[in-house]
Design a protein around this ligand. Sequence first.
Ligand code: ATP
Ligand code: MG
Length: 577
Amino acid sequence: MTERDTSPPPDFIRAIIAQDLKTGKNAGRVVTRFPPEPNGYLHIGHAKSICLNFGIASEHKGGICHLRFDDTNPTKEEIEYIDSIKKDIKWLGFEWGDHLYYASDYFERLYEYALQLIKAGSAYVCDLSAEEIRQTRGTLTEPGKESPYRQRSIKENLDLFERMRKGEFEDGSRVLRAKIDMASPNLNMRDPVIYRILKAAHPRTGDKWCIYPMYDFTHPLSDSIEGITHSICTLEFEDHRPLYDWFLDKLKVKSHPQQIEFARLNLSYTVMSKRKLLELVEQRYVTGWDDPRMPTISGLRRRGYTPESIRNFCERIGVAKRDSIVDMALLEHSIREDLNEKAPRVMAVLRPLKVIIDNYPKDKTEEFEILNHPNNPAMGSRNIPFSREIYIEQGDFLEDPPKRFFRLAPNREVRLRAAYFITCVDVVKDEKTGEIKELHCTYDPATRGGDAPDRRKVKGTLHWVSAPHSLPAEVRLYDRLFTKANPTGEKNGADFKAYLNPNSLEILTSSRVEPSLAGAKPEDRYQFERQGYFCVDSIDSKPDALVFNRTVTLRDSWAKIEKGMRRLSIFSFMDKV
Ligand code: ATP
Ligand code: MG
């Protein structure tokens, strides 16, 4: 058995690569690349591409995945983005080693290739404006019109292109176009622009250039220069593939990589385009690219997601050729599954209600030992202090409980997790507002540890913290960023921001956590019993003022969906019987 036999059946891309290896194409090499444009932070969609490209490389002996910044658009790109992209890829668990490249490093060679095209009569300088080029491009049903500059001599084209480089002409006054076919049924082949004049400084090449190559020209040539074997991209580039191949066929290149397209990841209840995410950042709908509500890698990280959970999610969704929207519940399921195993359990009271245990000695403190993980004793245990005054969750008490409410109520007995049974004997309210201020209870000393010797049962078990021992904390409850599953899919181009969830963040400032969290460090992750998974905020949390982010609640809607599907498939199986 080979290594790959243990993983799920290969997707269609891995199947193509396996076939290429079998037939000896590319001399047995597998070289992929991840080519982000540094004009924003990476999002979960990019993670799919990263897992695919770096994943494939790692599955083959000698396989390599390049990190290449596609930095051909100087006006939108920033060093901050380059740094964040590198950081996020490493955090996801992938390494490019020595294979870090920049398309801008190829500017000189790309210019040489452009000259080659001109000399071959396959490119010309065109003086039409951007608007005129658009207007003469034709439509899906009508051919385009040839530019009046299409028949310029090679000599004139060489002269003009060189002077474009020297900065003799204004932005937008001239472009270099490939000379292909204005009547092609594929619009991308209708003499596409390959160079434009843009007098803007580039983060890496400074003022050296005032002409910049277009993506469709840069990409195949960068792939070829680097000896990429399989150039994996998203479906919207399928129609660009003939152009990708045209450049490589026309020019004298050493290698001709194969472009393969797959469906991009779409996720419900969020948006995935960098332009839209930038809009949310710039217009301050979120606090930044790493806002825990963002679908960015840095946002998910700050929210408490682990690299493993994101990699597992990407493996689960698979790679296909058909566009679809993946349910956010599946991403949430992946982090729950991971944290269920890894996160130590602790007690935290998010909305505290003071409980005074009248018959418990005033100056007494005792400790209860609790396992850090119920199913994994190897994760150790800790001691939790208990005293006469504790906090419970406001929602765990009702003065007038409905039938199926099994938590605390007047004259009712419940268990305090790992401690004692208590019974509520009095409710103290604010005279003016009628708001419940504190509860008085009695405890049964015979139930120490949380069990009654007479085996009497209680229906509810509550989490709690000792009031004087607990630590104050701020807790940020995050919910989905949008109220609609597909905020960009609305008809008539309704603004996606109209569907922002006004309740995507609730900040609780008076929460209390058990004292064992005193040493909690940024990004430490916990399960707050009965509440969900939380992590220490990496930016705002301080040792003496802890801030926790809710990663995800405990309710698993995906598990329900899956169960439903299983039931469904049983039915369809029964139908067949
Ligand atoms: P966006 O549309 O979000 O701005 P992009 O495609 O312009 O994304 P790039 O920086 O060009 O962003 O993307 C780098 C790589 O990541 C490309 O190979 C692209 O195909 C891939 N990628 C981008 N978005 C997704 C996605 N949602 N699912 C899978 N792959 C993606
Ligand atoms: Mg792009």
